[in-house]
Design a binder for this molecule. Structure first.
Ligand SMILES: *Cc1c(COP(=O)(O)O)cnc(C)c1O
Length: 359
């Protein structure tokens, strides 16, 4: 598919951009351009692709996304290298997951090649927007939503795929070496048969009240338990979890449909096995977590996702009180894996798995 190009008539000036890139924060500054691709079942599918200035979009008030929330998204980072090239980390995995999410939300799939081409197109325009500060990257946000003006309840026939990007620094405010998390007993994120494995906005909407509860309790994030027994640890609002034991084994909750299959999670599984550690995908309960941490059998807990990469969970707070993990600070294996993964993502370490794409 050919992309029509409209250069930005008044892009952000160099000085302002340099100021933004020196302290980008997360998700509050955006690059100059965006990609838009339109879908209409009556026109035979995806029919029009463009790259142009990032600007507000106009939507009919009856657009079905506004009423029934047919929406999916992805999140990925591009890192700048010394030779000025950019590296993407496993973008094919994002393209594939985008379509898995689309199928669950009764939305059309976007050909993986078109997904990847949209990223190439945007980076070609906005490659000066990648921060070079420590931990900085260009965060890419592809998303799709139902744009058809129709209030009946059925899958829409018209969709928009859009790709925007923002320069980002570290994800957590303090770039905390270890985060404190809140165990939500009153709320669930996803139920069996629901949409927990799809990257869809509704899962995040459901997580905001418990997330606010976490912040009120002085925590950074909320950890969700399963919706049936309120016992099995699932994940954070946007990060997967790993539990590290003193016998050299590591456990992560299995993908049973209520957990988002993180690409960082999948990568860590491979890196943990590479370390010669025993990795098991099996259910792990909140009571066991507390007991193992208290006895010192559990030495670390890692939270992982594209935004924050890999971070230690230092303290867990819940209605039954608090417990800390290890010394409450960053864990040894967490730091090692973080370094290894970031090394691959930035092109500093050997990419033995063929994970990075150079642009
Ligand atoms: C995106 C996401 C993750 C992390 O996935 P990555 O591919 O590692 O970025 C974890 N949990 C949820 C709910 C997510 O939406």
């Amino acid at each position: 598919m050919e992309f029509t190009h409209t250069p930005h008539p008044s892009p952000v000036d160099t000085d302002t951009r340099a100021q933004i890139l020196a302290e980008p924060g997360f998700g509050k500054h955006f690059t100059d351009h965006m990609v838009v691709i339109d879908y209409d079942a009556e026109k035979g599918g995806w029919y029009q692709a463009s790259i142009g200035p990032r600007e507000p979009i106009s939507l009919d008030p009856a657009a079905s996304v506004l009423h029934y929330a047919q929406e999916i998204f992805e999140g990925m980072k591009a890192y700048k290298q010394d030779d000025d090239s950019l590296l993407l980390f496993r973008p094919e995995a994002n393209a594939a997951r985008f379509n898995t999410s689309a199928r669950r939300m009764a939305m059309p799939e976007l050909p993986e090649a078109l997904f990847l081409e949209s990223i190439r197109q945007l980076i070609a325009q906005d490659r000066d927007w990648v921060p070079e500060i420590e931990g900085g990257a260009l965060y890419l946000r592809p998303f799709m939503f139902a744009s058809e003006a129709f209030l009946g309840v059925r899958p829409a026939t018209q969709y928009k795929y859009i790709l925007i990007a923002c320069p980002v620094g570290g994800y957590f405010k303090s770039d905390a070496p270890a985060v404190k998390i809140w165990v939500s007993r009153d709320y669930a994120r996803a139920a069996p048969g629901g949409t927990g494995a799809a990257k869809t906005g509704g899962n995040y909407a459901a997580s905001l009240v418990p997330q606010a509860e976490a912040i009120e309790r002085g925590c950074d994030q909320v950890v969700f338990l399963d919706a049936v027994e309120h016992k099995w640890i699932e994940e954070l609002g946007g990060m997967n979890l790993f539990f590290v034991f003193d016998d050299g084994s590591v456990v992560t909750p299995p993908l049973t449909g209520t957990i988002l299959p993180g690409i960082t999670r999948d990568s860590l599984i491979q890196l943990i096995r590479e370390e010669g550690l025993q990795l098991r995908e099996e259910p792990y309960s909140i009571d066991q977590w507390r007991a193992d941490a208290t006895m010192g059998r559990l030495t670390e807990t890692m939270a992982c996702g594209t935004a924050a990469v890999v971070t230690s969970v230092g303290t867990v707070a819940g209605p039954e009180g608090e417990f800390s993990i290890g010394a409450g600070g960053p864990g040894q294996l967490t730091s090692k894996l973080r370094e290894r993964l970031v090394g691959i993502q930035k092109g500093a370490a050997n990419d033995t798995y063929g994970w990075v794409t150079k642009l």
